[in-house]
Design a protein around this ligand. Structure first.
Ligand code: PEP
Ligand code: MN
Length: 336
């Protein structure tokens, strides 16, 4: 971090600042120019509040040289992280295909979809039991009963399950859930993130609707700072001025995140597009851009789905996508 001081800084304030920085274990390299003085901070500046320094009377500007996230940072962990989920994994060379309905609706539905997506090549089953809906009058999910049905589907198919927790009070119900999803609307629920940091379960962390890549990584850092290194990042589309799709899939987030972080990245083309017919194309784009997995909403009868029917594809379409993912990944290996 570099701090540029204003001309002739008030000495007592400067003393207070340097004492405070020393107190945080930082070394300060001072270079005095003709008109301004520059302080170069050496050491772990991840705990330094840049806004606090910027607000000081004696400070002209502050610049971070090192990112404020450590655990999620590729600089300190050059190799790709591989996260084990049941008998499968995600990251490195292993591509995850997560598929299933937006929400669990009843036993027949989830068991039937689970069997079909498994047959089509899915490696994990998704299904929401607690649903964050824009309207309080919309279907809110089956709650604990939905989790029980997912566990039945897991037993029947052997697929590990992914489901969203919306609130700390629900956590106990997730004891046997393989991957806990943090939804876009909860990406900055720091209390929830801290609590998930105490568990050792894989966490699928979705990017917030209006969150920057850096904010997503800081949220991952919250979980990792608590000791849970099993974080899977998920780009699910962000809100832009474009209204042709439900959200705008930020494809560039994949190479950017790959460079900044060692954590696996999943793309959710369903919530990105909001329209089923665009899901295959966005999936291929995500694979080509280097994603470590996809999460797709699959329903046996999308027109009757209780949630997100318009963006849900049928199991048959998922089978085609699944096969095309494998073909594309093989082709990509032949490129320079
Ligand atoms: C979901 O995956 O069902 C979901 C609600 O997604 P998001 O948090 O990305 O809107
Ligand atoms: Mn959904």
């Amino acid at each position: 971090m570099i701090i540029v001081l204003k001309e002739q800084p008030e000495q007592q304030q400067l003393h207070n600042l340097t004492e405070w920085l020393h107190g945080m274990g930082l070394e300060i390299h001072t270079s005095e120019g003709k008109h301004s003085t520059i302080l170069g901070l050496v050491g772990d500046t991840s705990r330094v509040d840049i806004d606090l320094i910027q607000a000081l009377d004696i400070v002209a500007s502050v610049k971070r040289i090192q990112e404020p996230y450590k655990s999620a940072n590729r600089k300190f962990h050059p190799l790709d992280t591989v996260i084990k989920v049941g008998d499968t994994s995600i990251g490195g060379d292993v591509f995850a295909k997560i598929a299933g309905p937006c929400s669990v609706e009843n036993e027949d539905q989830i068991i039937a979809i689970a069997a079909e997506v498994k047959e089509a090549g899915a490696t994990m089953l998704r299904g929401g039991a607690f649903k964050p809906r824009t309207s309080p009058y919309a279907f809110q999910g089956m709650g604990g009963e939905g989790i029980d049905l997912l566990l039945k589907a897991k037993k029947a198919t052997g697929l590990p399950i992914v489901s969203e927790v919306m609130d700390l009070s629900q956590l106990d119900l997730f004891a046997d859930v393989d991957v806990i999803q943090v939804g876009a609307r909860n990406m900055q629920n720091f209390q929830l993130l801290k609590e998930l940091g105490k568990s050792n379960k894989p966490i699928l962390l979705k990017r917030g609707l209006s969150a920057t890549i850096s904010e997503l990584l800081m949220s991952a850092e919250y979980i990792m700072a608590g000791g849970n290194e099993n974080v899977i990042l998920c780009e699910r589309g962000i809100r832009t001025f474009e209204t042709a799709t439900r959200n705008t899939l930020d494809i560039s987030a994949i190479p950017v995140l790959k460079e900044l972080s060692h954590l696996p990245i999943v793309i959710d083309p369903s919530h990105s597009a909001g329209i089923a017919r665009f899901v295959p194309t966005l999936t291929m784009a995500a694979v080509a851009a280097g994603a470590d997995g996809i999460m797709i909403e699959v329903h046996n009868d999308p027109s009757k789905a209780l949630c997100d029917g318009p963006q849900s594809i049928k199991p048959g379409a998922f089978k085609v996508i699944s096969k095309n993912i494998d073909t594309l990944r093989e082709t990509l290996k032949t490129l320079d």
